[in-house]
Design a protein around this ligand. Structure first.
Ligand code: PMP
Length: 433
């Protein structure tokens, strides 16, 4: 309904040519042709607000990233078996953002590859197989990490060597009589690790996204992950921080999500925001942990850390620093959540607002029951899309709006989002009645 012929034809051609595995966003799919900062433009020249994209982390088509890539691609791009200085300069630069204990960097192409390798390293280092993850986690698309991705749904079961723990939601803790999320979560992790040991898998790792993005965004209270990490280490496992979502200044609190928890992981993975859309990902490691794997297993990644990817990655790091995007994420994100809370207080469709920096989860609830509503959250997402504001959902019930724009998102962009959201929620509320 209401979708024009050209869009329908493109969507049909897409599924014919690319097959049935992919999903498009929105009942009325968006056909984008250009981007700039936190804005996108469709084939008719209409402007959209991007409130979802952490791939274009420093903004769509940032001129410094574009120039760096253009220059390098016109100079040299090759596989990764030759000496190249830029990759070493970048490794030094990126590692300088991490705690001293983490002093080696392997470069790959996707977040999935980074997590896949991190799990192999953890298993080689510990001699154990088992991994603990959160119950709605997504860690990627390889055979191994899709078994660590319950967010993919029941068609893709988690591995027998995997145990899940609930999201660190203070309300879940309270329902079990605890007002201490850190202790409650650590007890869940300890129990899961004990189960893995009893089942004979042993404990290789706790693999977590410290902002729990696909679980519905749970950043608080700061520091709550530290006791869970200690529980896993006490049982012989290592800690892998999946920084694909919270890393690269996203949370505003620190450059890395784990740093906001006062935690030094053994392995750190990253991807999406690292190259502003150019495929590049990383595994940062404590050398003694990496050695257990790399000392006896060769590893080759044709495209991982090629000169063009590294040029993009270096430009991203420079822009984050020079434009103080971490500070901006902190300020703009906090102001946005204040405004969202004010809006939520006046709307019976909006519930809890959670987040850190430019990562916000906003619950959509059923006004009759106060419980999260998947259907209404989707209606709000579609109503926002009709107003050319692009976002999506996360959380166990898919009832949490995921608001995660490029880091250059401004106060003015926030005002646009607020106005569209207020309007969208009114419309969805009206239609319900
Ligand atoms: N880990 C997390 C937390 C992610 O969100 C994603 C992607 N959504 C991945 C890993 C996988 O990254 P990629 O799609 O680059 O393989």
């Amino acid at each position: 309904d209401g979708v024009d012929e050209r869009t329908l034809a493109l969507a049909r051609r897409r599924s014919q040519l690319l097959g049935p595995a992919y999903r498009l966003f929105y009942r009325d799919p968006v056909h984008l042709v250009r981007g700039s900062g936190s804005h996108l433009f469709d084939a008719d020249g209409e402007r959209y607000l991007d409130v979802y994209n952490n791939v274009a982390s420093v903004g769509h088509c940032h001129p410094r990233v574009v120039a760096a890539v253009q220059e390098q691609v016109a100079t040299l791009n090759t596989h990764t078996r030759y000496l190249h200085e830029a990759v070493l300069d970048y490794a030094e630069d990126l590692l300088s953002t991490a705690p001293d204990e983490i002093s080696q960097l392997m470069l790959l192409c996707t977040g999935s590859e980074a997590n896949d390798l991190a799990v192999r390293v953890a298993q080689a280092h510990t001699g154990a197989r088992g991994v603990v993850i959160s119950s709605e986690a997504y860690h990627g698309n390889t055979d191994t990490v899709s078994q660590l991705s319950p967010a993919l749904g029941t068609a893709q079961p988690i591995g027998p060597w995997v145990r899940t723990v609930p999201a660190p939601d203070p309300r879940l803790a309270a329902a079990e009589g605890s007002d201490d999320v850190a202790a409650w979560f650590a007890a869940k992790v300890a129990a899961a690790a004990d189960e893995l040991q009893e089942a004979g898998h042993g404990v290789a790792a706790l693999l977590v996204d410290s902002i729990f993005s696909s679980d519905g965004v749970f950043p608080d209270p700061a520091g709550f992950l530290a006791p869970a990490a200690a529980a896993v280490r006490a049982r012989g496992g290592v800690v892998i921080a999946d920084e694909v979502q919270p890393g690269f200044a996203r949370t505003g609190r620190a450059f890395w999500g784990f740093a906001g928890h006062g935690l030094v992981p053994d392995l750190v993975t990253t991807g999406k925001p690292m190259g502003n859309g150019i495929p590049v990902s990383g595994l940062l490691a404590r050398p003694e942990v990496l050695a257990s794997f790399a000392d006896h297993l060769p590893y080759f990644n044709t495209f991982g850390g090629n000169p063009v990817s590294v040029a993009a990655a270096q430009a991203v790091l420079d822009v984050i620093r020079d434009e103080d995007l971490q500070g901006s994420a902190l300020r703009v994100g906090a102001a946005l959540r204040d405004d969202l809370r004010t809006l939520a207080a006046h709307s019976d469709l909006l519930g809890e607002v959670r987040g850190s920096g430019l990562y916000t989860g906003l619950e959509v609830v059923d006004p009759d029951t106060g419980a999260g509503s998947t259907a209404l959250a989707l209606d709000v997402v579609e109503a926002l899309r009709q107003r050319r504001v692009l976002t999506s959902v996360c959380g166990a019930g898919g009832d949490v709006l995921k608001l995660r724009p490029p880091l250059v998102f401004s106060h003015e962009d926030g005002a646009w989002l607020l106005e569209a959201l207020e309007d969208a929620v009114l419309e969805v509320g009206r239609r319900r009645r």
